[in-house]
Each structure stands twice: as C-alpha cells, then as structure tokens.
Design a protein around this ligand. Structure first.
Ligand SMILES: [Zn+2]
Length: 159
C-alpha cells in the first residue's frame, strides 16, 4: 500500500471516528508488503484498519469480539489463512450512526493478513491446499477488504 503518516492515517477516518482512534507506532512498517494497515487498541476490544490501494484512504473502526468456547481451527474471511481457534476473531464495524447496525467478518486476530498471504508469517496449523500464486492471494485479500469497506460505507464508497 502507499505509505502513510500519522496525519494521513487520521484523515482517513471520519471526524466522529477520530475521537476513538489511537494511532499505531509507524516505525518499521513495511508499506510495500502491506495490503492494509491494521492495529489494535491496547484494551484489545477495538482495532483499526486503513486501506488505500488505488483509492483515497479509508479507515475502519472495529470492535473485536473474542470467541469463546470450543475453538476449532478457523479461517480468516479476508486472507483465507487457517488459524488455531483464538487466532481468528470477530471484527465488526458500525454502519452509519446506528450502533445496532454492524457488519462483521472473522479475521486474523493480529490483523497481519498481508504477512500470511506472502508466506512471511505462518500459523502452525495446516492450510488449505491451494495452487494460486502469491499475487493472486494478495488480489483476493484486497477484494475481501474492499467488500468489507463497501458493506460498511455503502456501494458508493470509492473502492
Ligand atoms: Zn487474515
């Protein structure tokens, strides 16, 4: 993705969302190997995603719900990486101003889908057998993130 500064990251969020955004440490971020920038709030209950591939940057404020109960291996809906149960959690974003309307996906808990699709990180559990290239995995990840953004901000969102 295009590299970003603290100011451009903050500008990707709406005025209302900015109150909740705690910026990440940008030291050492490898922008060229990122499809989206994702980070969690220290509380663990909130997370943030910024996406700017071939579009103006858009931000997502996400609520992270830890899954409880029996944890079977689970698939990330964005990068399709299989994790041990706790490696995938439910991330939801509020749609518009109504707190009761949310859109959610089960996503890598560490929000490091970009590293998993490039083989830079492994989860230690068996993965789906796939014959597609890293480039195709990257394209699929971006498509899934764009779909999530459209579900939250509407079809008119510039993705
Ligand atoms: Zn993922």
């Amino acid at each position: 993705m295009e590299s970003m500064t603290a100011a451009t990251i903050l500008a990707a969020f709406t005025r209302r969302q900015r109150r909740y955004v705690v910026l990440p440490d940008l030291g050492g971020v490898d922008w060229e190997r990122l499809d989206y920038l994702g980070w969690a709030h220290a509380s663990g209950h909130m997370a943030y995603v910024v996406y700017n591939h071939e579009r103006p940057a858009v931000g997502l404020v996400l609520r992270r719900t830890k899954l409880t109960g029996a944890q079977r291996p689970k698939l990330c809906s964005w990068c399709l990486t299989t994790h041990q149960g706790c490696g995938v959690n439910l991330f939801t974003a509020q749609i518009g101003d109504n707190a009761a309307r949310v859109h959610g996906d089960y996503v890598c808990n560490d929000l490091r889908c970009s590293a998993y699709v490039r083989g830079l990180l492994r989860t230690g559990v068996g993965q789906m057998r796939e014959t597609i290239t890293v480039g195709e995995r990257v394209a699929r990840l971006r498509t899934n993130v764009e779909r999530f953004i459209r579900s939250v901000y509407g079809e008119g969102a510039q993705v």
